[in-house]
Design a binder for this molecule. Structure first.
Ligand code: ADP
Ligand code: MG
Length: 615
């Protein structure tokens, strides 16, 4: 027997399955794409146990002819591409002819399909890719496929499956995207007997947005349309006031296909520019249409990535279009307009300011202080002068009372590194633009972002408060209702226990609304929804076990932000003094809880250089 042989088809299919069928959601995606390609107007998905025990997809599309049915399970069998030429003008979602044989190779599958001119449907039963039974039976026009015991014969793949919730969330994401891409098709998802998603198929994108993200989000959408020589865009952009902590809700579709394009996602976010809070992402559904010959969809086995020739051009155009759309909806508050007014480049470049950096020992302890790595221009010697003793491991001897007397901040104490006591003083001079405190000491000039400074102070205070595990709750006089997206509702339900542990007492109220009766003492009143949404986002991201500590930390950030003075707010000299005093007593006075800088330092030397007093 010769050494090199062509693999048996069954083995080849199992290997292909490794790429095409990564997880239950991939099966849902492939089956739905087939149903869409078959011209269905109604598609129903039923899922049990995260898709591992059952995924059923029923459609009312064209169906597969009785004679073709076994062929569909052969590798590279497709009705969508007959010649090489077709590869460059792909209009269907599928074309590789790999999905059905791959899925069948790693599951127990049953397919029934009937075309409109046939009286009966043909039904095939397969196990591990082999046809083990077949029959004829009555069936509505269209196709129904049940995939059972996914990965039963590939235990290694099973091991990679995360929690059922994670798999359910992925399945919902897949359906959400396909529903957003195809408003004329009615999609239903039934998970463990419960209707999770139901879109009407009335052709209106905004109805789909309503159906999957809820009325609150749908109300905050702005239509976007645009026409370019080579591209066309339609869709909706969420107002900057509705955001989430994940990019999941930004949907970019090219010629009806959901794509993961870093370049386009970035363009979309850049279009929002200063309008979004840091680490927050908008809801957006952007349909981009372009000549299919410009797009190469044959890059990725799951067809999630595409390549196209004019990507840069499209990105730039999209960014401007998004910007224009948001601008014309007059969403930009005055302060943001001011921020956009840029100074002449030449002047800007001369300011060679330094962000005051925490010493490395501090930075590594705090995950939030990582944004400024590239701006680390403070000389180590200067740092040791500036940074307070406690940063270096010594103890702070300064107290509130000590410092008020002098009107400056005095931090004293002995350093573990050098035993010479150093003193740090910051004397407030004035407030700039109602936003920054200008302060000086003998090392130069400091600009302090008053909001960031106060966020840091509050954050540390709240964090301390929240880490004491008091389980006291407050009963809300009027129960609070909030609405989630369909996928969030599933997560919220699945985490009933965690919510209870946190002190949140709530009841489900319909499919995706919840009624909160009691909240923990440390919740910020009036912002219950935001905090619950944060918790849901954390769970969704769920890379690691979610701890109460994580949730408390998020809540501390949120509360800190709420409680802090905003930009454009006048504060008196006395207030500046006490703010600066409290700031230097925090563990990390350099960055706010979101990682933005608090202090910018112009050293004496730099100031003299600016005025050419030194070279
Ligand atoms: P591809 O979609 O890349 O052609 P698949 O393996 O997914 O490959 O499907 C193989 C073929 O089976 C398709 O080309 C199509 O002709 C047929 N088919 C699969 N699912 C359906 C369906 N739901 N309705 C009608 N035809 C289908
Ligand atoms: Mg397919």
């Amino acid at each position: 027997m010769s050494k090199i042989q062509v693999m048996a088809e069954a083995l080849a299919n199992k290997i292909a399955a490794g790429e095409v069928v990564e997880r239950p959601a991939s099966v849902v995606k492939e089956l739905l794409e087939n149903a869409i390609d078959a011209g269905s107007t109604k598609i129903e998905v039923t899922v049990e146990e995260g898709g591992l025990s059952l995924i059923n997809v029923r459609d009312n599309g064209d169906g597969i002819g009785a004679r073709d049915l076994p062929t569909a399970f052969l590798r590279h069998a497709t009705s969508k591409m007959y010649s090489e030429r077709d590869l460059f003008r792909i209009q269907t979602l599928g074309f590789r002819g790999e999905a059905l044989p791959s899925i069948a190779a790693v599951s127990k599958l049953e397919i029934s399909s009937r075309q409109k001119d046939d009286l009966l449907a043909r039904t095939l039963t397969l196990e591990g890719g082999k046809i083990i039974a077949e029959k004829e039976e009555a069936h509505a026009i269209g196709t129904s496929i049940s995939v059972r015991d996914l990965f039963f014969n590939t235990p290694a793949r099973l091991k990679y499956i995360k929690s059922l919730q994670t798999e359910n969330a992925h399945i919902q994401d897949v359906i959400n995207r396909l529903a957003l891409a195809h408003p004329t098709i009615s999609f239903t998802l039934i998970n463990e007997g419960r209707d999770v998603i139901k879109t009407s198929g009335n052709g209106q994108l905004i109805s789909v947005i309503h159906a999957i993200y809820g009325i609150d989000v749908a109300k905050k959408m702005i239509a976007i349309t645009g026409e370019h020589l080579d591209f066309q865009v339609t869709g909706y952009l969420g107002k900057p006031e509705v955001t989430r902590g994940t990019r999941t809700y930004m949907t970019i579709l090219i010629n009806g296909r959901f794509v993961r394009s870093y370049v386009l996602q970035k363009a979309l976010l850049e279009g929002y520019h200063t309008l979004l809070p840091i680490h927050r992402y908008p809801f957006a559904v952007v349909h981009i249409t372009l000549d299919p010959s410009l797009v190469d969809v044959n890059v990725h086995p799951a067809k999630l990535e595409v390549r196209f020739s004019k990507e840069e051009e499209l990105a730039k155009w999209l960014k401007d279009k998004v910007r224009q759309t948001l601008l014309s909806a007059s969403l930009i508050p005055d302060a943001a307009k001011h921020n956009n007014r840029s100074y002449p480049q030449t002047v800007q470049h001369k300011f060679d300011y330094n962000y005051v950096q925490p010493p490395p020992s501090i930075r590594s302890n705090h995950s939030y202080g990582v944004v400024l790595e590239s701006a680390a221009t403070v000389h180590p010697l200067e740092q040791s002068k500036i940074f307070f003793e406690k940063m270096l491991g010594g103890e702070t001897t300064a107290t509130f009372e000590d410092t008020t007397a002098t009107g400056t901040i005095t931090m004293g104490g002995s350093s573990a590194l050098d035993n010479q006591a150093t003193t740090f003083t910051l004397e407030p001079l004035a407030q700039l633009h109602g936003t920054y405190i200008l302060a000086q000491n003998e090392d130069g000039l400091y600009m302090v972002d008053q909001h960031a400074a106060q966020e840091r102070i509050h954050y540390e205070r709240f964090r301390k408060l929240l880490s004491t595990p008091v389980q006291s709750r407050q009963i809300l006089a009027i129960p609070y209702t909030y609405e989630t997206t369909a996928s969030e509702a599933v997560i919220v339900r699945a985490h009933a226990e965690l919510f209870a542990d946190l002190g949140i007492v709530q009841d489900a109220f319909g499919e995706r609304a919840f009624l909160v009766r009691e909240i923990p003492d440390w919740f910020v009143q009036g912002d219950v929804e935001k905090q619950i949404e944060e918790i849901v986002t954390l769970i969704l991201q769920g890379k690691r076990q979610l701890s109460l500590a994580d949730i408390r930390d998020q809540s501390a950030q949120l509360m800190a932000c709420k409680a802090s003075i905003k930009a454009n707010q006048f504060i008196s000299k006395a207030e500046m003094e006490s703010l600066l005093q409290e700031l230097v007593l925090t563990e990390n006075p350099y960055t706010c809880p979101h990682g933005r800088p608090i202090l910018v330092h112009f050293s004496r030397y730099e100031i003299e250089k600016m005025f050419k007093r030194v070279m």
